[in-house]
Ligand binder design. Structure first.
Ligand SMILES: *Cc1c(COP(=O)(O)O)cnc(C)c1O
Length: 235
């Protein structure tokens, strides 16, 4: 097995252990392999080891990679910040968009989603721990934005996404992730049909799953350290 293959296996075991500990079926948690900064060969290796869903932060880099991997049946998730003049590429090429945090971006994505493709799956990014320089809508504004996004014809609102600041230790991680899970429940209780909580990365996927994550986004534990370590912060 390749390194990427055995890394994937180890991550799947972490997810299974976390699900067992939380008494959740392992089928409730999807693994998104975050392939940003890694080339198409790394993605091919992960696919050969059974991985289908990939997350990318940089639109241009992602679109180039997709073209080189068009022979594989992959699902692509945009997890990076997007400027409103880049929405067309997202609408045309991705299956999911996790970082919607304002109506204007959602409207453009809906208008630009090609007719021949299914609606774009979207999550609303929430700034769950109030980081000053962070993207994401404030928790108190999530419901209003969710209602507006849910009404757009070419989008399918799936849930919430968070990127909390790195927290020291399991309990602190769990506390932040639990706030996101509670917010998702509040939105669902208003009748919005949401099924996705995109949270948890290499360092905190156990706490995220314990809190209720349905999609963990894992890069380093699968592909190794990135040459551009800050990849993921707004460029
Ligand atoms: C880079 C990135 C990840 C993966 O982080 P790792 O710590 O390498 O697992 C997950 N989510 C987002 C939004 C990212 O930018």
């Amino acid at each position: 097995m390749t390194t990427i293959g055995s890394n994937l296996q180890a991550v799947r075991e972490r997810i299974a252990t976390a699900c067992a500990g939380a008494q959740r079926p392992v089928t409730e948690v999807t693994l998104l392999a975050v392939s940003k900064t890694f080339g198409p060969d790394a993605v091919r290796q992960a696919h050969a080891a059974g991985q289908h869903a990939f997350g990318e932060n940089y639109i241009q880099e992602a679109v180039e990679k997709m073209a080189l991997l068009a022979d594989l049946p992959l699902q692509w998730h945009c997890i990076g910040p997007v400027q409103s003049n880049k929405t067309r590429l997202v609408a045309q090429h991705f299956d999911w968009m996790h970082t919607v945090d304002r109506l204007k971006v959602a409207q453009r994505l809906s208008e630009q989603r090609p007719e021949g493709r299914p609606p774009l799956n979207v999550c609303i990014q929430v700034n769950i721990d109030g980081g000053a320089a962070k993207s994401g809508v404030a928790p108190a504004e999530a419901l209003a934005l969710a209602r507006q996004v849910a009404a757009l014809p070419r989008l399918r609102l799936r849930g919430l996404m968070t990127i909390p600041e790195p927290a020291e230790g399991y309990e602190a991680q769990l506390a932040v992730h639990a706030r996101a899970a509670a917010l998702l429940r509040e939105l669902r209780d208003t009748g919005l049909p949401l099924d996705t909580l995109s949270m948890g990365m290499t360092a905190d996927l156990e706490a995220a799953i314990a809190a209720g994550s349905t999609m963990v986004r894992v890069g380093t534990a699968i592909f190794g350290g990135r040459m551009r370590p800050n990849a993921g912060t707004p460029a």
